[in-house]
Design a protein around this ligand. Structure first.
Ligand code: FAD
Length: 452
């Protein structure tokens, strides 16, 4: 039951980011700190996207980051009280990957095997083990968020939900703050409003087709994109259809790997210590492009190095359509356009957060966001506005978008590299402000038409 005098933070998705946020809130609340009430809303099940049942994996793929970068890593929560900090850290230790292995009698086995990267299903089991310990402080609601609107009178987000746990009742939930998680929709802006042609797969339908064994294992295949999702698809195909020839469409015309060096990793784990915010924006973009977006992990690369049936085609897809029973891809590389023909195409072309926001936000909420940031709404505009608490700048009620926080706050906030730090930005920071009795600036909802 919600306490009426507390603010609420609704989190869409009980994946690693939602769970990390919930753990931090639980622990701070156990120590009597004034935290917001967290409500995790999950349409499938905890860590659904890692289990192999949904999302972009069959569950057997290996986790790219170390599992020790768990939901509390790097465990540096600071509530400005040395003694309390120590006790909070001791409590946080209960939610680590290592603690999970110890409690489930897997620890010595894992160490003796050389601390292997767990597969996604093992990571799912860890997250579910953590989630089982969240009560009574945090509840997980089984529901799908259909729409996000604004409630002008209450000054809150108003979420339209459908129950996914038994009956399909519709209801409304109000929240003072809102966080979106998950990778978002597959980027396919080159389709320009047309439906996805037959035999074209986004990541979700590709993994579903692999699971149902309906993916055709012969013919010409193109994978659009040269990042970790393309690598995962290639790895899965190397077992499913080992003789298949695959063209990898890469905007750069080559595939690169991360160095996974101390210096790179530190930038992900410790953006503040490494002064991420003092780097020039162009250097931050360069860092993200070299280490995160459109990059294969060394693990994936070492396996794919041995495969000879893949070819890299330089170019950016500008159109995709069915022609004479085949799929025609138009590519642009520099100023040169070319056309290529395939039987199947997998879109591993990254994620489109603007499309995700447009899908969820009501016209009024979207207008409110555009009013805060200026029209037209672009990825860059939102990314450049992201505040230390990972929320969109100038927007009230607060909307946290960690997947877009890399540029301004640190590259690790967009992924799993510093989940404990992410939860500090979302949970501990507002708690500290409350403790220090920082009066929040008076906030008013105002739409361009003056209705709020
Ligand atoms: C296959 C894959 C592997 C990756 N591996 C790594 C890695 O090893 N290391 C790393 O740092 N990053 C990795 N990433 C990138 C990134 O870290 C993750 O995509 C992402 O951050 C996962 O955490 P999350 O909590 O944001 O989202 P998710 O784990 O995707 O959770 C989102 C949840 O939201 C739920 N949901 C979605 N829509 C609704 C709705 N309308 N209503 C209610 N619930 C909803 C979903 O069911 C899901 O459970 C990987 C990404 C992918 C796709």
């Amino acid at each position: 039951m919600l306490k009426t005098n507390r603010k609420t933070l609704a989190v869409i998705g009980a994946g690693p980011k939602g769970i990390a946020t919930a753990v931090k809130a639980k622990v701070l609340e156990e120590f009597g700190l004034p935290v917001d009430q967290i409500i995790l809303i999950e349409k499938h099940s905890v860590a659904a996207n890692w289990s192999g049942e949904f999302g972009y994996t069959n569950g057997e793929m290996k986790l790219g980051t170390s599992p020790e970068k768990d939901v509390v890593f790097p465990m540096e929560t600071d509530v400005a009280d040395k003694h309390l900090n120590e006790r909070i850290k001791q409590r946080l230790m209960h939610f680590t990957w290592i603690s999970y292995l110890v409690q489930t009698n897997r620890f010595s086995d894992w160490v003796d095997r050389g601390r292997p990267a767990p597969c996604h299903i093992s990571w799912t089991n860890y997250l579910r083990w953590v989630s089982a310990q969240l009560v009574p402080q945090v509840s997980i609601v089984s529901a799908e968020v259909l729409k996000i609107d604004l409630n002008a009178i209450k000054g809150k987000w108003e979420l339209s939900l459908i129950n996914t746990d038994g009956n399909a009742d519709h209801y409304t939930l109000h929240a003072d703050r809102l966080m979106l998680t998950g990778p978002g929709q597959t980027r396919m802006d080159f389709l320009i409003g047309q439906p996805m042609p037959e035999k074209t797969y986004d990541l979700e339908s590709f993994w579903a087709a692999m699971k149902n064994k309906t993916f055709q294992s012969t013919g010409r295949l193109a994978i659009v994109g040269a990042g970790e999702n393309a690598a995962s698809a290639l790895l899965a195909l190397s077992q499913y259809a080992p003789d298949m020839r695959v063209d990898i469409i890469s905007p750069k015309g080559f595939i690169s790997t991360r160095a996974e060096s101390y210096y790179e990793n530190q930038m992900y784990s410790q953006p503040e210590r490494n002064e991420w915010d003092k780097l020039q924006v162009k250097d931050r973009i360069d860092f993200i492009e070299r280490t995160d977006l459109g990059v294969f992990s060394t693990h994936a690369m070492s396996i794919l190095n041995e495969q000879i049936r893949h070819k890299i085609i330089p170019g950016r897809v500008i159109s995709l359509e069915t022609k004479n029973g085949t799929l025609s891809l138009k590519l642009l590389y520099g100023v040169k356009e070319s056309e290529r023909v395939y039987d199947q195409v997998i879109l591993a072309s990254g994620f489109d957060q603007i499309a995700t926001l447009r899908q969820f936000l009501s016209p009024r909420a979207l207008q409110h966001l555009e009013h805060a940031l200026g029209e037209p709404l672009t990825h860059t505009k939102i990314a450049e506005s992201i505040q230390p608490d990972l929320s969109v700048g100038g927007l009230f009620p607060t909307l946290h978008l960690p997947m877009l926080a890399g540029l301004m706050q640190g590259p690790g906030f967009a992924n799993l590299s510093c989940l404990g730090r992410l939860s500090d930005r979302i949970v501990t920071l507002p708690t500290l402000e409350r403790l220090q009795q920082v009066q929040p600036k008076p906030q008013r909802l105002t739409l361009m038409d003056g209705t709020l």
